[in-house]
Design a protein around this ligand. Structure first.
Ligand SMILES: O=C(O)[C@H](O)[C@@H](O)[C@H](O)[C@H](O)COP(=O)(O)O
Length: 258
């Protein structure tokens, strides 16, 4: 791999959010130019809140919400109004806060009628992707315009956990997991090949609590899910972090530019 993941470090979440906005809007414009819409996948955790800080701010540039198709990079097998639902989190943090009168994005949630069977839940979500990204016969893997991901303290991303057999999945686009070490245990997740196939991948990781794992991801890799994404995407991958998260991490930090 010639080119490496971009690591952008900011003094705090406010300056991080300004850069993240510029980055997401550039991806939006590229997606719209490519196929008329912006296909973006988002995680749970702290990401929706940071995303809201970035996208709900005033700016001269425009978020074209009605051109967005939003997918979940991972989702918990719970009802859509459950406290653990990533959809409920995104709704509370971002979707419900769009300015009045905004034409909303198209949001692809899981189908709650399949909650009892995580394999079926994953298969149905994969069909949602198939319908949006054209038929599976003609498309080997869906190509997201952007995946916005978090990084867990153990190096997991989406619901792809270190050492888990799911990391070896090669054919499914969406897979179930019944034994997530981070609660709740039952979830679905995009698989590693899909994550690595995205046009761009952006990680957001903040706080001193991430320092140890950032060091391991960027200095050693160790087969951690976040490192596997870095290795598979090269400079299509960008990390938006605060200084606290990367203090002492030996890896070149770049000044942010588009
Ligand atoms: O559903 C989930 O649990 C998330 O999608 C998960 O992958 C998250 O992004 C990371 O755990 C980072 O979480 P923080 O941003 O809260 O550290």
């Amino acid at each position: 791999m010639g080119k490496q993941a971009n690591l952008y470090a900011f003094p705090g979440v406010d300056s991080l959010a300004v850069a993240l906005r510029a980055y997401v809007l550039a991806c939006q414009e590229a997606g719209i130019a490519r196929h008329g819409v912006f296909k973006v996948g988002v995680s749970g955790g702290s990401l929706p809140k940071t995303l809201a800080a970035a996208l709900l701010a005033d700016g001269d540039d425009t978020v074209k919400w009605d051109r967005w198709e939003v997918f979940f990079a991972d989702e918990r097998a719970v009802p859509l109004d459950h406290a653990d639902s990533n959809y409920a989190l995104l709704k509370a943090e971002l979707l419900d806060k769009l300015p009045a009168g905004t034409a909303p994005p198209l949001v692809h949630t899981i189908s709650p009628e399949y909650l009892d069977d995580t394999q079926e839940l994953a298969d149905q979500y994969e069909q949602t992707l198939v319908r949006s990204f054209a038929s599976r016969d003609s498309v080997k893997l869906p190509i997201f315009d952007l995946l916005l991901l978090g990084c867990g303290p153990d190096g997991h991303t989406c619901s792809l956990f270190p050492g888990h057999e799911l990391l070896r999945e090669t054919s499914a686009w969406v897979a179930p997991i019944e034994d997530s070490p981070k609660p709740p245990p039952r979830r679905i997740t995009l698989t590693l090949p899909v994550v690595r196939h995205s046009v761009r991948v952006a990680f957001v990781a903040t706080g001193a609590g991430k320092q140890g794992i950032m060091k391991e991801i960027f200095e050693e890799g160790n087969g951690l899910p976040c490192a596997l994404v870095n290795e598979g995407t090269g400079d299509r991958c960008s990390w938006f972090v605060d200084n606290a998260a990367v203090e002492g991490v030996s890896y070149p930090k770049r000044p942010f530019s588009l």
